[in-house]
Design a protein around this ligand. Structure first.
Ligand code: R2B
Ligand code: URA
Length: 288
């Protein structure tokens, strides 16, 4: 059971996954998704389509690559036992997707599903192009909690990830691949600019010295990279009892600057790194 929400019992035959455009009254979730074992998510809709295509090629599963979402909020592709789903940017968009994907998996009676986020981030004192697998996600105060505003109160939940899964992913890197892959703590923020101590947003009421002090404090607290979603994924997957991992490639060293000054070719090559590792992991599990 991925959800213990008793209220769902009353509506399970007429429940609507609003942002996917799926509904239990019109869609047979068990037929459509019952064999799903892996869910791969990422911010961009296009990248999730490319990932579905890559998985289809690597796993040798012919698939029409049809978007199963009938809204334009997210995309959802299914290739054999793998679903790819977009989450947009930031935690509000991601939590909506997570509520609906968890309910989808529950209605489909899926078991032992593994969830991945594949994305980009800013690194702290890491060579750009490094792949970071999140050990623990932390918030803006470097605390391992996801704080939600529920019924007028702050409710905190824990944000650790499955350490064994992170280690297994590390082993999926081939020695011939010339990039670093590390496990480390990831800070998730609610904003890309001021929230990540950038100087180049529309507004900035702090000095470069303040910025560096904050980023060094993050580094000293064990933060290896900064992005915008790992925290809510850790919390919600812990609550669901689903094993999850977040793999992000670093586009820049935030201790050296704010802008990823890299060629499009480098960026495209780097963004393939987490996709390759996760595809290899899935392939190895399916071959067993
Ligand atoms: C990484 O990149 C996006 C912001 O540019 C955001 O979704 C994230 O976590
Ligand atoms: N994504 C982020 O959230 N921050 C970065 O610096 C790069 C990508």
């Amino acid at each position: 059971m991925y959800t213990n929400n008793q209220h769902l019992m009353k509506v399970k035959d007429r429940d609507v996954l609003l942002h996917f455009g799926l509904a239990t009254a019109k869609d047979n979730f068990e037929d459509m998704f019952g064999d799903v074992k892996f869910v791969c998510s990422g911010g961009s809709m296009n990248r999730m389509k490319s990932l579905a295509a890559l998985i289809s090629k690597e796993l040798n599963i012919s698939s029409e690559l049809c978007n199963l979402c009938s809204t334009d909020r997210y995309v959802l592709y299914k290739v054999g036992p793998v679903l790819t789903v977009s989450h947009g940017m930031g935690m509000p968009s991601t939590t909506i997707m997570l509520h609906e994907i968890i309910k989808l998996l529950q209605y489909a009676k899926c078991k032992d599903v593994k969830f991945f986020r594949i994305g980009t981030c800013g690194g702290l004192s890491l060579e750009p192009g490094t792949l970071i697998v999140t050990g623990t996600a932390v918030d803006y105060k470097f605390e391992p909690v996801f704080e939600q505003q529920i019924l007028g109160k702050i409710v905190s939940t824990s944000t650790t990830f499955d350490k064994d899964l992170a280690k297994e992913l590390l082993l999926c890197k081939d020695d011939s691949e010339k990039f670093e892959m590390v496990i480390g703590n990831t800070m998730s923020t609610n904003d890309f600019y001021e929230g990540q101590a950038r100087l180049d947003g529309a507004f900035c009421d702090y000095t470069e010295e303040d910025k560096m002090k904050y980023l060094h404090a993050a580094y000293d607290a064990g933060v290896k990279n900064i992005e915008m979603e790992a925290l809510c994924i850790a919390s919600m997957m812990n609550r669901a009892g689903m094993s999850a991992a977040v793999l992000c490639v670093s586009l820049l060293d935030r201790l050296k600057g704010d802008e990823a000054a890299t060629s499009t070719k480098d960026l495209n090559d780097w963004q393939k790194r987490p996709l390759t590792i996760v595809t290899r992991y899935i392939k190895s599990k399916l071959e067993k």
